[in-house]
Ligand binder design. Sequence first.
Ligand SMILES: Cc1cc2nc3c(=O)[nH]c(=O)nc-3n(C[C@H](O)[C@H](O)[C@H](O)COP(=O)(O)O)c2cc1C
Length: 197
Amino acid sequence: MPYLLVLYFSRNGSVASLAQEIANGAEQVKGIDVKIRTVPTVATGFDAEISDIPETGPLYCTVDEFANACGLAMGSPGRFGNMAAPLKYFLEQTTPAWVSGQLVGKPATVFTSTTTPHGGQESTLLSMMNPLLHHGMLITGVPFTEAALHQQVNGGTPYGVSHIAGEHHQNIHPEIAKLARLQGMRLAQYSLRLLNV
Ligand SMILES: Cc1cc2nc3c(=O)[nH]c(=O)nc-3n(C[C@H](O)[C@H](O)[C@H](O)COP(=O)(O)O)c2cc1C
């Protein structure tokens, strides 16, 4: 069974919640599995990885799982307008998949959460698109034909769904959760269509 990969990093749970909603949306599409995976954090010092694997929550992604997905949703908190280092660290291990072109022509979409509305959501989303374009992926977002996108003051962008978490990591607004499910569903549909090209 072909599968979609929902890959994310999250420290305080906001991006993890978006990832779950995207997966929920994708799971509504028949004929495709969904894998949710995360990446380990990296130490603040040299390149050493923190090795303790959490007892609960999603598994860490392997490079093979990344390379063999038929579509990808990738999420990160905004950090200074950029994706978080652990996700970037993982992506820098995917060079073999880039060399062999395993992701060329597969659809991808991105999502994020930041503390503040103008804290770099769109630049973070764009930063995640860069490596995916190098992999040859086809980027898809959230079109304005989704009515919920017009009504949002709690996040949501055409570049990918987003959440404004505030200082207290507030829960995702129901309309943002809906947009995330639509984004996941759309990605699953595109992935299936492209499988047959
Ligand atoms: C190193 C660092 C840099 C950050 N930079 C920004 C920023 O530029 N703008 C912003 O609004 N929030 C920033 N944040 C806050 C996170 O984006 C925000 O808490 C996000 O919702 C965390 O997602 P999570 O709950 O999935 O971990 C930063 C956090 C960290 C740790």
